[in-house]
Design a protein around this ligand. Structure first.
Ligand code: NAD
Length: 440
């Protein structure tokens, strides 16, 4: 099939290269000239495991190309994916400017019978808005489809190739058949391709993310209660997760959810509720709890050292919002660094892949960076673990002890056994478990 993908970010690049791998001819278009130039010179602008191999393989097979001129692909496409950003506006609602702009470009060049597929996460009713934008530019008949993306950054290629399910909201049998043809190679293991109306597909994406975010905020609040009552949230997690009705996933207490999806999607759904006079009080609490959770480690630090951290030095391991990505959008590390700097501390940070992004866009000169994680430790009063990258899970405790000024750890991901940390002589503060305090 001839496919065009508009927007080559985390979603568009994965969708485009996976569809090319599936034998389709794919044009990926973006208005960001620098990004397209880098892609055309063989550089992948984001860190996503497995993506570079997929892109180079399909570029050389002639099934994938990158351009700043979307019209080149739109004119011949059987299917056009819209995968542009939908960032939060001032009030938390999804900003649809990029979607509208992409729709107008489609309207200027679309050919009869094309299926326009909304991949971006958009509020209910947005596909109708996109349809109207396209129709304002053309009389050419086309079909609409809402096909929300459920991939996880860090495992995005696997999620696209072997999805738990694919959701397609369609408005016509022709769109149904085109989507079936496109996705059949990816659901051969029997996982469902679920067809529904467009509004239900749009809502499914938000409901899924809101449910996952709710589990995380719920466990974070249970963790706080565990700490106060002498229970251990890790044991409680195992205790409840083995109940089939509950399941194991997304029950980890930590420093709150971040990234480009959960925070903005929860807020956007709350806004949709307001617009329709429906109080989504559960989600308002989820959002509020998460905002508070992002600085849980800073509260622990200030309980330990006092509110004024002037002259103190912290090593922070993990900047990305989760392992195996360089995405720092709404990462808890940003709230933690901001609060530490505000209290007068200095921060030396490390991340296996997100340091370039941090330097360029988020933290610039406000923190120093270590060439490796141990470089951040010299003279540090404490280490703060924010992202559970694999290399951080078994540090060389001998080197750590030697290089730090004091043996104090704040672990936002519960990576280490509390009794082992006690035995190693660390003060060890984690989430929802016994706190190993200084012995007098
Ligand atoms: N990142 C994720 O893990 C994830 C997962 C599922 C769904 N989503 C949703 O998918 C959408 C895209 O997310 P992302 O993380 O890939 O965003 P992103 O910011 O990484 O990429 C969006 C890209 O779209 C481009 N763009 C904007 N307007 C354009 C236009 N008119 N024509 C061509 N290109 C244009 C931008 O330059 C950018 O490169 C969002 O709605 C997001 O909520 C994201």
């Amino acid at each position: 099939m001839d496919v065009t993908v508009i927007g080559t970010g985390y979603v568009g690049l994965v969708v485009g290269s996976c569809l090319a791998e599936g034998g389709n001819h794919v044009t990926c278009a973006d208005i960001d000239e620098d990004k397209i130039a880098r892609l055309n010179s063989g550089e992948v602008p984001i860190y996503e495991p497995g993506l570079d191999r997929l892109i180079s393989h399909n570029l050389s097979a002639g099934r994938l190309r990158f351009t700043t001129d979307a019209s080149e692909g739109i004119r011949t496409a059987d299917a056009i994916f819209v995968a542009v950003g939908t960032p939060p506006g001032e009030d938390g609602s999804a900003n649809l400017d990029f979607v509208r702009q992409a729709a107008r470009t489609i309207g200027d060049h679309v050919r009869p019978g094309t299926v326009v597929i909304m991949k971006s996460t958009v509020p209910v009713g947005t596909s109708d808005i996109a349809r109207a934008e396209i129709e304002s530019r053309t009389d050419t008949p086309f079909y609409m489809c809402s096909n929300p993306e459920f991939l996880k950054e860090g495992d995005a290629v696997g999620d696209f190739m072997y999805p738990d399910r694919v959701v397609c909201g369609v408005d016509a049998p022709e769109a149904h058949d085109r989507m079936q043809e496109l996705y059949e190679p990816f659901v051969r293991s029997g996982n469902p391709l679920i067809f529904m109306d467009i509004a239900s597909a749009e809502m499914t994406k938000y409901a899924a993310n809101a449910m996952l975010a709710t589990r995380i905020s719920f466990m974070n609040q249970v963790a706080e209660l565990c700490e106060r009552t002498g229970a251990d949230v890790e044991l409680v997690r195992r205790g409840i997760g083995s109940d089939k009705r509950i399941g194991q996933a997304f029950l980890y207490a930590g420093t709150g959810y971040g990234g480009s999806c959960f925070p903005k999607d929860v807020q956007a759904l709350i806004q949709t509720g307001h617009e329709h006079d429906v109080d989504l009080t559960v989600l308002e609490s989820v959002h509020h709890a998460n905002d508070r959770q992002k600085t849980v480690l800073v509260r622990k630090i200030q309980e330990r050292f006092g509110p004024d951290l002037t002259g103190m030095r912290f090593a922070l391991w993990g900047l990305a919002f989760k392992p195996e990505t360089d995405d720092m959008r709404a990462a808890p590390s940003l709230a933690i660094v901001a609060a530490l700097l505000e209290a007068g501390a200095t921060v030396s940070a490390h991340d296996p892949v997100a340091m370039d992004v941090a330097r360029e866009f988020y933290l610039k000169d406000s923190v120093t960076y270590g060439d490796d994680e141990y470089d951040t430790l010299d003279g540090a009063d404490a280490i703060i673990f924010v992202t559970e990258w694999l290399p951080y899970r078994r540090p060389d405790w001998g080197v750590v002890s030697q290089r730090m000024a004091r043996k104090i750890i704040f672990d936002g991901r519960n990576m280490f056994d509390t009794e082992r940390m006690r035995a190693l002589g660390f003060e060890y503060y984690s989430i929802g478990r016994a706190q190993i305090r200084a012995t007098a």
